[in-house]
Design a protein around this ligand. Structure first.
Ligand SMILES: [Zn+2]
Length: 198
């Protein structure tokens, strides 16, 4: 097996690989993705994040989302899947929807695939009013994004709202607010955090 990022041969005969699910990255590449669990406050919402959106994480995510390298889907949550499954085992998972344009371009639902190993039931009913793209939004569009979600699903007890990168937080906050009146408890998770101060 070869590392999906640097193509180095990974020795499959390690003791560890017999016990746990194998990493698709080599040890050196994995070390360039240090886990950094943090809670970021965005207005009334708290977001749990795990990686910095820079260097290695950024280049892997771009390769996955923009160069359509679907094989990378399981590298992002490799270290945190068990944690999510345990901590949120009775939550329903709600993904930030992608725009139709992005979906057509990619041909795969990047967030759902990224969270494939997370065994939580999906929550349906969250959608965007208008097809806005998350990436590269200016202030005006970020404000628009905050009121761009509607939830027309059932009443729920526990919901885990997820996204891949937290930047300004306007997308997650918009989704969070639209879920709020129908869900008793909402937890928010973003795999990575793009610290604008860096
Ligand atoms: Zn590697």
């Amino acid at each position: 097996m070869r590392c999906l990022y640097c193509d180095k041969v990974i020795n499959k005969l390690s003791f560890k690989s017999l016990l746990i699910k194998e990493d698709l990255l080599c040890v050196e590449c994995r070390m360039k993705l240090p886990l950094k669990r943090r809670t970021i406050k965005v207005k009334e919402m708290e977001v749990e994040t795990f990686y910095d959106y820079d260097g290695m994480f950024k280049s892997l995510l771009l390769q996955y989302k923009e160069c359509l390298d679907e094989a990378l889907k399981s590298v992002f949550l490799y270290e945190i899947t068990d944690y999510i499954n345990l901590r949120y085992f009775n939550y329903k998972i709600c993904y930030i929807p992608s725009s139709t344009k992005k979906l057509e371009y990619r041909g795969f639902e990047h967030l759902k695939l990224m969270f494939e190993e997370v065994k939580l039931k999906p929550l349906e009913g969250l959608r965007m009013k208008e097809e806005l793209c998350q990436e590269g939004m200016d202030l005006k569009n970020r404000m628009k994004m905050m009121s761009n979600f509607v939830y027309d699903g059932k009443q729920e007890n526990k919901v885990l709202l997820v996204d891949d990168v937290l930047t300004s937080g306007s997308t997650l906050l918009g989704a969070y607010r639209s879920l709020y009146s129908n869900c008793k408890r909402i937890k928010v998770l973003s795999v990575a955090y793009k610290n604008n101060l860096i």
